[in-house]
Design a protein around this ligand. Structure first.
Ligand SMILES: Nc1ncnc2c1ncn2[C@@H]1O[C@H](COP(=O)(O)OP(=O)(O)OP(=O)(O)O)[C@@H](O)[C@H]1O
Length: 261
């Protein structure tokens, strides 16, 4: 039994089969990347796994438990969390406050006692601050804890987005283009962070257009084209797969599956 098991997943929009019969699995500590040309169905697949879209076929299982169609906040409580392509950061809050908001998303029924500032709520909020600082240390953002998030560099914001997801203590973390818009140095920092998170036992699911990053850090790569899985395997094997090369050439993407290009 895998930590995450996706089988036969599919969804249609009108006449279009955006994702059809896609399956793969992920184990603790593994980095699994979903790649494919523009419009291949990567984001739609992520949206189904993370409960944003309800699939019309197939299953998502977490530790063997069928969680297909569960709402994102329920999935997060069960250990599956995601980040979004567009930053979901509160620019007018401090870096620390942004992480603390992440903790509150993982709690249920805490709001009333927090509003009334009951002793239990004060205690919980102290613990949340400590844990938030510890997470920020982990991604080397602790020195910026009291700064407004809006003042951070783009690369730091992308790392903050990941920390916020970590506040939910995920066992499976879905990262949607974590390096999009980052320069080479920022990409390398995110690259290291993802590897560290995987080493700590989290299963990482990655959608990323930076093919060099995908090839460098993935243990397993799943390739989609027109909503279907056309290949999967090690980064090396998929980058040499003729169907994969043809899909990228056919799509006329400026990116290439060949990480050396
Ligand atoms: N909500 C929706 N309604 C209708 N069609 C959609 C919807 N979401 C996605 N699609 C279509 O489904 C297909 C897959 O889109 P998706 O965004 O999942 O691809 P992608 O691989 O993530 O692309 P990109 O690399 O450009 O982000 C596309 O043809 C897209 O237009």
């Amino acid at each position: 039994m895998s930590l995450l098991d996706v089988s036969g997943l599919g969804i249609g929009f009108g006449g279009l089969r955006a994702v059809d019969n896609v399956g793969f699995s992920a184990e603790p500590g593994e980095i699994v990347s979903i790649i494919g040309p523009n419009g291949a169905g990567k984001t739609t697949l992520f949206n189904m796994i993370s409960g944003v879209y309800l699939p019309d076929s197939g299953h998502v299982r977490l530790d063997g438990r069928d969680v297909t169609g569960a709402a994102p906040h329920r999935l997060a409580r069960m250990g599956l969390t995601r980040t979004f392509q567009n930053l979901q950061i509160f620019q007018d809050m401090t870096v620390l406050e942004n992480v603390i908001v992440g903790f509150h998303q993982s709690e249920s029924g805490a709001l009333l006692s927090d509003l009334l500032a009951l002793p239990a709520a004060r205690k919980r909020s102290e613990i949340a601050r400590m844990q938030a600082r510890e997470l920020l240390r982990r991604v080397r953002l602790d020195k910026a804890a009291e700064e407004l998030a809006g003042n951070l560099s783009y690369g730091a914001l992308k790392r903050l987005e990941i920390v916020r997801a970590l506040a939910m203590q995920p066992r499976v973390l879905l990262l949607d283009e974590p390096a999009a818009g980052c320069n080479a140095v920022e990409t390398e920092e995110i690259d290291h962070l993802i590897v560290e998170l995987a080493q700590s036992g989290i299963a990482i699911l990655l959608v990323e257009h930076d093919m060099k990053m995908v090839m460098r850090i993935s243990n397993h790569v799943v390739v989609l084209d027109h909503g279907e899985k056309i290949a999967e395997g090690s980064p090396e094997s998929v980058s040499k797969n003729p169907d994969v090369i043809a899909a990228y050439l056919g799509a006329g993407d400026e990116e290439s599956v060949d990480a050396d290009s």
